[in-house]
Design a protein around this ligand. Structure first.
Ligand code: ADP
Ligand code: MG
Length: 738
């Protein structure tokens, strides 16, 4: 090849921001004859403006709107759908339930109906078999300026029925004489944005760019998986897959191409996660908690207020095994709301005390921290454990004492919020960190906490009440060991969930009255609208005033985010002690609050809530022995997605099932837990909602590779090392931390 690999190393390191030293050290370039990868990556890392047909202005748009900066970014910008370009339907054949279809004909005339925001544009579209309406509610000006009547067009769209007539809403139009670039029957379609459309940068344009790019890189794309792996799992080669995904020749090749690209994407993520896990397990020692002593034994024999569930026993066993193994524990404890995670946390802490270590327990809110503090204090009464609470509102003088006692080791358990992470907090012998409701904590925050021990990191138990679909857990928490509490304490009756429209409000009030008369307590929750905190407050306050009128004989509490912590706590406590019967609140009460006598949860404007949030809220009731209810109030007109959410809530109490539906509806990127956990969820082609099988396959393969070559030192695996290093570091920082 004539040029020294060194030079390419340098270029590659510049381009990918990988320290050159690190690349050199990890990749054995003398033996591995794959430095061409660098050459290729140099080529593909060119600014997208240099691609024929793009130029500086469109490059700016691509960068801004689609984050396509380089040739490579474009190559990996995949179509979202394909249309069979050989198949044209006749208007007379069109029915309501068809998928995306293609028609050919002319627009006879345009017609504008309505005024202002309700304005719509109708195009009367005709082919030899009949007439059909095309409809626009937006971009009307643009359509009128750019689409001409009496010229043949190809129309793509999904037929629907609007005001009793068959039509297509916001179809895509293409002059009929424009021949698409295809190599087979399918044409690829790419997502674009409004801004791009205004500048005529359409799916079609992207198609052309892809075509230009494919010509340039013909024969220059190299494999990213080791040959052995490729033949073992029988996947399509990368060059072919990249070609087929943009310009498919037939359905089978397309399918194989998509599989190959999805596999590769998931495989590298799993390889990264699993190799980090291997590395961590190999290099970090953990404190050995070998004793079970006074604290745990006494607690177990004389303080435990009830029998542990089998699930709790199983999980505690798993934790004990971890903490006694000499390795650092990194365990995720999943358990639905009300499954009794707090008790597990406490017993885990008791083991640490028995071995002479300190423990910190972090909660996401002050209310929760206080609640943990109170209930743990009560449960451990008489054991002589020194516990302190540290939150944002802890006074300076008190804070100073806590700091001292942590440093001299006399304080055993510190419970608190983010305040725990402040640099001044130094532990003498921190052996265990428990994080409750993990998804509220940012990765960086947790990282700080781990660093509180210089040499040996403490054991880590992360608790979450947001059940995570299996595929997501494998990815987001792929390097953690997982324990699941899959059983609720006995005697709980499943919560009955009902969906009511506004017109049944009277009955709902009647129901509240009956429940309160029977001695129960009731939550009424109003939605949180992020964009308008003022409006939220108004909602809650109006609701409060209204309920005060309707239920003038009862006492009502109110809690919302704008209150001072002390006020909030005072109100919460009134409700907890049964002095108020109704609690009006925003979602601040979502997490963890425990009032067993509260048996009714009314959720106002339930259509505005996400599924996991609804489930969390519902979990506030059903904690006592009484039958509990969750009433979802909604407007009459709600979107299909909202309806699906409410139906799911009515159908099931199973948090895992709800999490699966949530992921199907929203896509994994939006799920709680992914954003906060710091995963730059940037899957380009795989979909965790649908590709569970491929993910499992990829994980198994990655695991096999590491079993065979744990440190990836074999020559055949150098290609993997190279691509692992290339993966942007920021994307995966979380996994070395969690
Ligand atoms: P979560 O998992 O949502 O944090 P908690 O730890 O708050 O659940 O427990 C919910 C309620 O169940 C608490 O009132 C707790 O005292 C009670 N509880 C926990 N474990 C058991 C058990 N084994 N038997 C009966 N009640 C239990
Ligand atoms: Mg809890």
């Amino acid at each position: 090849m004539g040029v020294k690999p060194q030079k390419y190393l340098f270029v590659a390191s510049l381009l990918k921001f990988i320290p050159q030293k690190r690349l050199k050290k990890r990749v054995n370039w003398q033996e591995a004859d794959n430095f061409y990868i660098c050459r290729m990556s140099e080529y593909l890392e060119q600014d997208i403006k240099f691609l024929p047909g793009v130029g500086p202005q469109r490059a700016e748009l691509l960068k801004k709107e689609l984050k396509i900066f380089t040739f490579n970014d474009l190559l990996y910008y995949f179509p979202y759908k394909y249309i069979d370009r050989t198949k044209f339907y006749k208007i007379s054949e069109v029915t309501n339930n068809m998928p995306y279809i293609q028609l050919k004909g002319i627009i006879v005339r345009f017609e504008t109906i309505g005024e202002g925001a309700r304005q719509r544009l109708i195009a009367h579209f005709r082919d030899e078999s009949g007439v059909m309406e095309l409809l626009w509610f937006q971009g009307i000006k643009w359509v009128k300026a750019n689409i001409k009547p009496n010229v043949p067009y190809v129309v793509f769209g999904k037929p629907t029925v609007f005001s009793g007539k068959l039509n297509m809403v916001h179809p895509e139009l293409e002059p009929a004489e424009n021949k698409p670039i295809t190599t087979g029957v399918f044409q690829a379609f790419y997502n674009t944005t409004e801004k791009m459309k205004q500048k005529f940068l359409t799916s079609k344009t992207l198609n052309k760019f892809q075509f230009n790019l494919s010509a340039l890189i013909e024969g220059k794309i190299y494999e990213t998986l080791p040959p052995g792996l490729i033949s073992r799992i029988k996947v399509m080669s990368l060059p072919l897959a990249l070609r087929q995904v943009h310009f498919p020749e037939n359905p089978n090749l397309l399918k194989a191409a998509i599989f190959r690209l999805k596999f590769e994407e998931l495989f590298y993520i799993q390889l990264k996660i699993l190799s980090l896990k291997h590395k961590r397990e190999g290099s970090f020692k953990g404190f050995v908690f070998s004793q079970v002593g006074y604290n745990l034994n006494t607690f177990y024999s004389s303080h435990l207020p009830f029998e542990l569930t089998n699930a709790q026993k199983k999980v505690i066993k798993e934790i004990r095994k971890d903490m006694g193994s000499g390795k650092q524990m990194n365990r995720l404890l999943q358990g639905d709301v009300g499954s009794g995670k707090t008790l597990v946390a406490l017993m885990t802490a008791l083991i640490a005390f028995d071995n002479g270590y300190q423990v910190s327990l972090m909660a996401p809110t002050e209310i929760l921290a206080i609640q943990h503090y109170n209930s743990i204090k009560k449960m451990t009464d008489g054991l002589g454990i020194k516990i302190a609470l540290l939150t944002g509102s802890t006074r300076v003088a008190r804070r100073r004492i806590i700091h001292e006692q942590l440093e001299d080791g006399s304080l055993q358990l510190l419970i608190g919020t983010h305040a725990l992470i402040e640099d001044k907090v130094i532990f003498q012998k921190l052996g265990l960190v428990i994080v409750d409701e993990q998804h509220r904590f940012g990765v960086a925050q947790r990282a700080k906490l781990w660093k509180k021990n210089e040499f040996i990191p403490p054991h880590v138990l992360v608790m979450t009440a947001t059940p995570i679909p299996r595929t997501l857990a494998m990815t987001v928490y792929g390097d953690l060991d997982v324990s699941v509490i899959d059983e609720l304490p006995p005697g709980r009756k499943p919560i009955q969930t009902l969906h009511y429209y506004e017109n049944r409000r009277k009955q709902v009030y009647e129901f509240i009255r009956n429940q309160v008369e029977a001695g129960r307590q009731v939550y009424v929750v109003y939605p949180l609208i992020k964009e308008s905190e003022k409006l939220d407050l108004k909602n809650v306050e109006n609701g409060y005033e209204l309920l005060k009128q309707v239920f003038s004989r009862y006492s009502i509490s109110m809690v919302h985010g704008k209150m001072k912590p002390a006020e909030k706590d005072a109100e919460m406590n009134l409700f907890k002690e049964g002095k108020t019967q109704i609690m009006v609140a925003t979602t601040v009460i979502e997490v963890g609050v425990d009032v067993p006598n509260a048996s009714v949860m009314i959720i106002e404007s339930a259509e505005r809530f996400g599924l996991s949030q609804l489930h969390q809220l519902r979990g506030r009731v059903g904690r006592g022995a009484e039958q509990s209810y969750c009433l979802l109030m909604s407007a009459y007109k709600i979107s299909n997605e909202s309806r699906k959410r409410l139906e799911t809530m009515v159908r099931t109490n199973d948090g895992f099932e709800i999490a699966e539906v949530d992921m199907q509806l929203r896509g994994p990127g939006d799920l709680e837990g992914t954003q906060q956990s710091g995963v730059g969820f940037s899957l380009k082609i795989a979909n965790l909602g649908r590709d569970g099988e491929i993910l499992q396959h990829a994980r198994n393969q990655a695991s096999d590779v590491l079993d065979d070559d744990p440190k990836l030192e074999k020559q055949k695996n150098q290609i993997l090392v190279y691509h692992l290093l290339k993966m942007k570091n920021t994307e995966f920082n979380w996994s070395s931390i969690s």
